[in-house]
Design a protein around this ligand. Sequence first.
Ligand SMILES: Nc1nc2c(ncn2[C@@H]2O[C@H](COP(=O)(O)OP(=O)(O)O)[C@@H](O)[C@H]2O)c(=O)[nH]1
Ligand SMILES: [Mg+2]
Length: 175
Amino acid sequence: MTHAPLKLVVSGPVGAGKTTFVQTLSQTPVVATEAEASEDIGKASTTVAFDFGTLHLDGQDVHLYGTPGQDRFSFMWEVLCEGALGLVLLVAGDRPQDFLHARNILEFITSRIPVPFLVGVTRQDQPRVWHPADVALYFGLPEEQVVGLNATDPLQAQLLLARLLEFTLASQLRP
Ligand SMILES: Nc1nc2c(ncn2[C@@H]2O[C@H](COP(=O)(O)OP(=O)(O)O)[C@@H](O)[C@H]2O)c(=O)[nH]1
Ligand SMILES: [Mg+2]
């Protein structure tokens, strides 16, 4: 029996680690669509369409879509989340100035498409970083819905995905 691939979406502000996360996890070369940034976002290029990667997890094909971070691409967030089984909202733990934007992205998506999600707080390997428990308080979410990680570390990235799948399953079983 073949299963349709599970579709998971990774979103969050520019610099949150979305492209890194998809690249860290993907077992096939990532299709990335970088372009010169049209506004000052602190780096020369940014994702304008999406990052796409695939992996095999527990005998299941997973398709990972990373969204662009800039608001002018917000129409893409909905397109990419259509039919998604779960969402990872990433935010850089050492960029608290981005937390509000991250919350707005999350609300924009989940108010239109009710998709189970986890918040991933990246850059946990860096000094002066917000811990997931504090970000959970800020977002008004239960602690188990917010996970800290270093997005460049395959094990930590896989752990987050596994937790998302568990969480997704749990929300499907909930009446
Ligand atoms: N040390 C560290 N660097 C990270 C982490 N996540 C992302 N980065 C770096 O942060 C920068 C921005 O990440 P990127 O994936 O381009 O962010 P995007 O705009 O969300 O796609 C890159 O230089 C990454 O290598 C992390 O957890 N730890
Ligand atoms: Mg990117």
